[in-house]
Ligand binder design. Sequence first.
Ligand code: SF4
Ligand code: FES
Length: 393
Amino acid sequence: SAPGPELAADVIEPGPKAARKPPVGHPIGLLAELTHRCPLRCPYCSNPLELERRDGELDTATWKRVLSEAAALGVLHVHLSGGEPTARPDLVELTAHCAKEGLYTNLITSGIGRAPGMIDALFDAGLDHVQLSVQGASAPTADRIGGYKGGHEAKLAFARRVVELGLPLTLNAVIHRGNIDEVEDILALAVALKAKRLEVAHTQYYGWAYVNRAALMPARPDVDRSIALVEEARKRLEGVLVIDMVIPDYYARYPKPCTGGWGHRTLNVTPTGKVLPCHAAESIPGLDFWSVRDRALGDIWRENPAFNAFRGTDWMPEPCQSCERRDMDFGGCRCQAMALVGDASATDPACSKSPFHARMEALATLEATGAAPDYIYRTIGGAPAPREAEAHL
Ligand code: SF4
Ligand code: FES
């Protein structure tokens, strides 16, 4: 599963108008993490280190109920994700159920495993959009990063079938030290495959990416070069390809408006049924996330104290509380503040107004210029111990 850019269209733009709404509005996007199973082993996976096994996953009937409740709650977009969502044999049935409920469906897929055998049936069931991950532009690079030989070629064949069917295709390329030299070729690949959109998403350091940060962190000059390439391509490819870019937090001036504000626009349902404001929320200690096994989705959205913990702006400390950007970025990311500062209510250290910002950038520079360690590949049951010494800035 690639980190959050797939939700970017839902979450980037809430401005002052959105901020005047009552604190509990209705969500517009649901990330349905149907399974953590996946044939790929990407070291930047945003899934938690403790991956759920198949026997803990929600059954088909419960997912259908949750999707109906989401539609009733005002959700418009459902991102069918994982792991690799086509690992669930009931994906066609769930997609048809979304279509029946009037939900726009986006399949977030690796394009391998069961995906090629299922795409025609998904199209027939009413699937609206496909977001395909690519790990690089060349097979040797991509297959090494994904930990799966032959994966890249299989993805290309899958992409061609998606376009043949007439489904809009977005390519999602998570960019890091191991593939940042291929950004130009990734842009060309997206054009060659006739993708409608390309997400050049610099790695966000959550889950497995956090553990692999030193292996993934790119150097500042390489980041600047990739940004320049994208800006040039945006002009050159206007009307051909839409290009979104996620800037790396560690080199940013201001933080991203993570998930469009906690409990504001989107929610996640995990494979076992926990409802989260964002994919990394369980990394914040002391929050009790409720399950769709016990409660209706709308009750959880409105009532769960964990959702209300960082909703709106009242919870913010300084410098966010009196900052003119607080309704634009919502103080950044709570999970990043937790991971790097040890306090989920702190200003995201990606912000230049955070007292920890300089140390965050220095850490990135140090890691990017040191020797890259080997990847710790994503695997079920293989979560490494947290890096205590590096936990806080
Ligand atoms: Fe955003 Fe807070 Fe930084 Fe202001 S101080 S820019 S609200 S993170
Ligand atoms: Fe940003 Fe959790 S990942 S708030």
